[in-house]
Design a protein around this ligand. Structure first.
Ligand SMILES: Nc1ncnc2c1ncn2[C@@H]1O[C@H](COP(=O)(O)OP(=O)(O)O)[C@@H](O)[C@H]1O
Ligand SMILES: [Mg+2]
Length: 269
């Protein structure tokens, strides 16, 4: 049975939601104050690496107005439903299941124009009305900041742990600081910071060239009392390899220092 965009209108069913959430294993919210800092990239690569190491992993895109999960996975698909009418997540590779609103849109360039309650219902359906298998890890790729989608999911999943992605740019740090405060007010656990694009891997010599003053993220860490879990470089060669292979960079560029750090971070979760 093919499910379309128009079917997503039902109310939140608390029991289905609680039953599903209990099956999702360790649940991580990939979060940031600012857009474009690397949340989707991080979510996809952590999920991919863990699935390749034999774990069962789910990834849910709640960036309803900028859903990038399908593009980041280089995978187009349409969602189908099971005989109980539950959405079936798309199995990307063995052990990795993905769900994004993109898979409900008939036109890849169509935009979602939902507001508050409609968005919350859609996310509740992506959790409770979806046939997620029993998982070890569940990653939620979020839009920047603490809007309806993110606060909605924090409310629906009480044992969610946030990883805050930040770059060393001043405005990314300012926004991260505010957003961390708001997350904490919503009682979400915050595990730590991931500094992305901390340096540039030189395509010619492989040396890491610092891109920003490292003390900026260190000072954010001390002011928010959070650990820096990883400092990831920007690797243009890995991006080019990913584009060529149409695969996430951890798969396409196994030799990259970025991949090594992503693997280390994934294993620590
Ligand atoms: N460490 C990195 N090395 C190379 N490219 C990166 C890295 N992190 C992110 N990018 C690229 O930067 C762009 C923005 O990242 P994205 O994950 O979409 O950010 P967000 O989800 O926070 O908006 C993407 O095109 C992604 O491929
Ligand atoms: Mg994103």
């Amino acid at each position: 049975m093919t499910t379309t965009f128009g079917d997503l209108g039902r109310g939140i069913r608390q029991k289905e939601l609680a039953d599903t959430v209990a099956r999702l294993g360790r649940k991580y919210l990939i979060f940031s104050g600012k857009g474009g800092v690397g949340k989707t990239t991080l979510a996809v690569n952590l999920a991919w690496v863990l699935a390749k190491s034999g774990r069962r992993v789910g990834i849910l895109d709640i960036d309803l107005h900028g859903p990038d999960l399908a593009a980041a996975l280089y995978l187009d698909a349409n969602l189908t439903a099971d005989d109980k009418g539950r959405l079936i997540p798309v199995e990307v590779i063995p052990g990795l299941w993905a769900m994004t609103v993109q898979y409900l849109l008939s036109d890849a360039n169509q935009a979602v124009m939902w507001r508050g309650p409609r968005k919350i219902r859609a996310i509740a359906q992506f959790l409770g009305d979806t046939a997620w298998p029993e998982l070890d890890y569940f990653f939620i790729d979020s839009p920047p900041g603490t809007g309806d989608e993110t606060l909605g999911v924090v409310n629906m999943i009480k044992d969610l742990t946030a990883l805050v992605v930040v770059t060393g740019h001043r405005l990314a740090i300012v926004d991260a600081h505010k957003a961390i405060g708001c997350l904490r007010q919503s009682n979400s656990k915050v595990l730590g910071l991931v500094e992305n694009q901390a340096s540039l891997v030189c395509p010619a010599c492989g040396q890491a060239i610092p891109l920003n003053d490292p003390t900026k993220v260190e000072s954010l860490a001390s002011q928010t009392n959070l650990k820096i879990l990883a400092r990831l470089p920007y690797d243009p060669l890995a991006v080019a390899q990913a584009e060529r292979a149409q695969m996430p960079l951890a798969e396409a560029s196994p030799e990259s220092p970025l991949t090594a750090l992503l693997k280390e971070l994934a294993q620590s979760l």
